[in-house]
Design a binder for this molecule. Structure first.
Ligand code: MG
Length: 378
């Protein structure tokens, strides 16, 4: 082959290569990237809603029959992401505070929902506190992104959904005959969670033990005042087949809770004492584990990070919830393959759910295959 011929072929190849190179991204955009990734603006809306509970829900320090929530939606080129803020009164948020916070959320200024990190950092910086209101934006944004990518979040994160744990079912403090009735209704569940922290604790445990030998978990909700009594109780609970105990004493009592952790034969988990990522820095010296809830962490993004840090700190992890619709429960369930235990029964305690999503089969969390957080409106 003469030089002229070789140069001709070389230049032709370069020309074809250059042509292919300049054309490829355009053709990819044209054929593979849906229109809804590139145009439009997000529209954010929200409305207050009140969850009605099936039973009066009594904890160590409060009692109620309803829970205020705010339901959020983010619409982007005809696709809808759903979110939720659940606000048990004792945590300080309400319909009024959530709506005031969410009135300042402007998603129309962002190019597209994939700016998740920027958007959620901006939302967090709008005002301190308001974790449930912030979570309602985080969850809706995750739902929207998953739907745009046509994937559930457990897939986007790379988790095996078969590893989702069983969920406990909560038995609130009540009279013995009501407690026995609640245990009967919870037949499907493999683990029961008992609310403690009043002067009827042993009666609650004995009542449940009179009708079932299932493993139990316990939550004192800061109700105990004396660390020595609390340690005695941990030994009693171990004898009675209780797997772990949440928040024995007031969240501010670091020394008392740490003492119980040092002397307890069962894991002690911090719940009220550990809200967000930053709280883990000190909490790992006080508790064996952490209760992570989307309404405390400001949503799925920070909950995921907290799970990573808690693992690095060798802490046990319980993924919990408030009384919530299937929206927030299904969002949390996407993370459940990573945790030791789950207590995701909030949607099962209410009468007026507005979504269907994650289900419980034989006590185990079953995450569906729908994209996003995996829910549909009922
Ligand atoms: Mg708790």
């Amino acid at each position: 082959m003469n030089r002229q011929r070789r140069n001709f072929l070389k230049n032709s190849a370069l020309a074809i290569g250059a042509g292919a190179f300049t054309e490829l991204p355009n053709s990819l955009f044209a054929k593979n990237i849906p229109e809804n990734f590139r145009t439009g603006r997000m529209k954010f809306s929200f409305r207050p809603y009140t969850l009605e509970l099936k039973h009066v829900f009594t904890l160590a320090i409060s009692s109620r029959t309803t829970t205020p929530v705010v339901l959020t939606e983010i619409e982007y080129n005809g696709i809808m992401g759903y979110g939720e803020a659940s606000m048990p009164p004792y945590l300080g948020e309400s319909h009024a505070t959530a709506q005031a916070f969410l009135s300042n959320v402007d998603l129309s200024k962002y190019e597209n929902p994939f700016e998740l990190e920027t958007i959620l950092a901006d939302i967090d910086a709008l005002a301190p506190g308001n974790p449930a209101a912030k979570a309602s934006v985080d969850i809706a944004l995750h739902d929207l992104i998953g739907k745009l990518l046509n994937q559930p979040w457990y897939n986007l994160w790379g988790f095996n959904k078969a590893k989702a744990p069983v969920t406990s079912f909560t038995i609130g403090i009540d009279k013995p005959d009501v407690v026995r009735q609640k245990v009967k209704e919870a037949e499907e569940f493999k683990i029961l969670k008992v609310k403690l922290g009043r002067d009827t604790d042993k009666e609650m445990i004995e009542t449940i033990r009179s009708v079932t030998d299932k493993p139990l978990t316990a939550d004192a909700n800061q109700g105990w005042k004396d660390k020595h009594y609390a340690v005695e109780m941990t030994h009693y609970l171990k004898e009675k087949g209780v797997l772990y105990l949440e928040q024995p004493m007031a969240k501010e009592d670091v020394e008392g809770n740490a003492y119980i952790t040092q002397h307890s034969p069962i894991p002690i988990l911090g719940d009220e004492a550990i809200q967000r990522l930053v709280d883990l820095k000190k909490a790992h010296e006080v508790y064996h584990g952490v209760v992570i809830k989307l309404m405390k962490t400001t949503g799925m993004r920070e909950a995921h990070t907290m799970i990573t840090l808690a693992r690095a700190l060798d802490m046990k992890i319980l993924l919990g919830c408030m009384t919530e619709t299937s929206c927030a429960i299904s969002a949390a369930a996407q993370l459940s393959p990573l945790v030791d235990w789950a207590d995701l029964d909030g949607n099962l305690l209410i009468k007026n759910d507005v979504y269907s999503g994650t289900t419980v089969v034989n006590g185990k969390i079953v995450i569906g295959d729908k994209p996003g957080i995996g829910i549909v409106k009922i």
